[in-house]
Design a protein around this ligand. Structure first.
Ligand code: UDP
Ligand code: MG
Length: 332
């Protein structure tokens, strides 16, 4: 069964995938806005909410939405697995001809889906949303995010667009390929770029989240950045060999100078403090490199263990036969 994506849901034109983690304060608004935008298309659609182990009221709200509205579907994780994995589960279960991933906090305006759909009809397979401006986020978040996208671009050969999150529309054939990728620490936006196909951008200004706080504390941001870099670049590993070469060259030059000074001058060489400084600098440097190697080894370990990517506690609003078709990535 592994590696094969079975989708027995009734086909619809659009699937909207919404990862949800403690978003009870905004869910009703998000649902209303998505609904009115999708109704205005006149096409069939489904709204797939993935509850990523919320500890607030989100799951109860989603369950009752799934009961009262046949377009709403809900996947309930057994615990918090993370934003990227919630997106992956959503795309695994999406039945649409076009699949849109959008945040639950309305920072990604649902109205932009209409522009995305238009580009899709023009023949593009992926339409990603680029943030021209970010509002209501801390200076630190804006600066680190902007730096991260640029560093990642430098480090990798894959054409990963800058200032672009996971808000995008993908054609069925792209999602079909995406679902075959079985990475344990997925960096979805990078994987979609890696897949290729005909991609284009739409631009938007990112507003403040409607309510609540960011669900991406520094720890999660760091994990996402490391996943992005380690999945798409070996450069940090190369850093060890390059810097090793440079540092030993400096060492040899310095040794040569010391010998010359000893032979041709009378000056004595003192330098306990410089020894200590060098000692600290180089051991620090070696540990950093070791840490970088560790990041890759940890991820190899995750792949080898081959645990399921997510565990589902329950699904709501899906058809019966869908449940019978054992999904490929998780254990019920
Ligand atoms: N999210 C999630 N699991 C997590 C963290 C976040 O599903 O562990 C969801 C969250 O509910 C939201 C989206 O991912 O729909 C983006 O999170 P958030 O808006 O907090 O990130 P930010 O916009 O601050 O970067
Ligand atoms: Mg947000």
């Amino acid at each position: 069964m592994k590696g094969k994506v079975i989708n027995m849901n009734k086909p619809v034109t659009f699937s909207i995938v919404v990862p949800v983690y403690n978003e009870a304060e905004v869910l009703d608004n998000t649902y209303e806005r998505l609904k009115s935008v999708m109704d205005s298309t006149g096409e069939t659609y489904e709204l797939i909410f993935v509850n990523d182990g919320s500890s607030d009221d989100s799951i109860h709200m989603l369950k009752s939405l799934a009961q009262s509205d046949p377009t709403v579907k809900c996947i309930n994780f057994s615990r918090n697995f993370g934003h990227q994995i919630a997106i992956t589960a959503g795309t695994d279960y999406a039945a649409g001809k076009a699949i849109v991933v959008i945040d639950a906090d309305l920072q990604d305006p649902p109205e932009l889906i209409l522009d995305m759909a238009e580009k899709w009809r023009e023949g593009y397979d992926v339409v990603y949303a680029v943030r021209t401006k970010r509002e209501g986020e801390t200076f630190f978040k804006k600066q680190t995010a902007s730096m991260f996208y640029r560093i990642l671009r430098r480090l990798t050969d894959v054409d990963i667009p800058v200032d672009t999150g996971d808000f995008r529309l993908m054609d069925r054939k792209v999602v079909h390929e995406l679902n075959k990728l079985k990475e344990k620490n997925p960096f979805v936006r990078g994987l979609v770029s890696w897949l290729g196909f005909k991609q284009t951008a739409v631009y938007y200004e990112r507003h403040e989240r409607l309510a609540g706080e960011t669900k991406y504390p520094l720890k999660k941001m760091l994990k996402l950045s490391l996943d992005g870099i380690t999945s798409f670049s070996f450069q940090p590993l190369k850093l060890a060999s390059y810097s090793g070469i440079v540092l030993s060259a400096i060492g040899f030059i310095y040794a040569f100078i010391v010998v010359c000074m000893k032979l041709f001058t009378t000056s004595t060489i003192t330098g306990w403090s410089s020894m200590i400084i060098l000692q600290c600098m180089f051991s620090g440097f070696i540990l950093i490199i070791l840490g970088a190697v560790g990041e890759y080894i940890g991820r190899i370990y995750d792949e080898v263990k081959d645990r399921p990517l997510y565990i589902i506690d329950g699904k709501y609003g899906f058809e019966e036969q869908r449940q019978a078709a054992a999904p490929q990535r998780h254990i019920m």
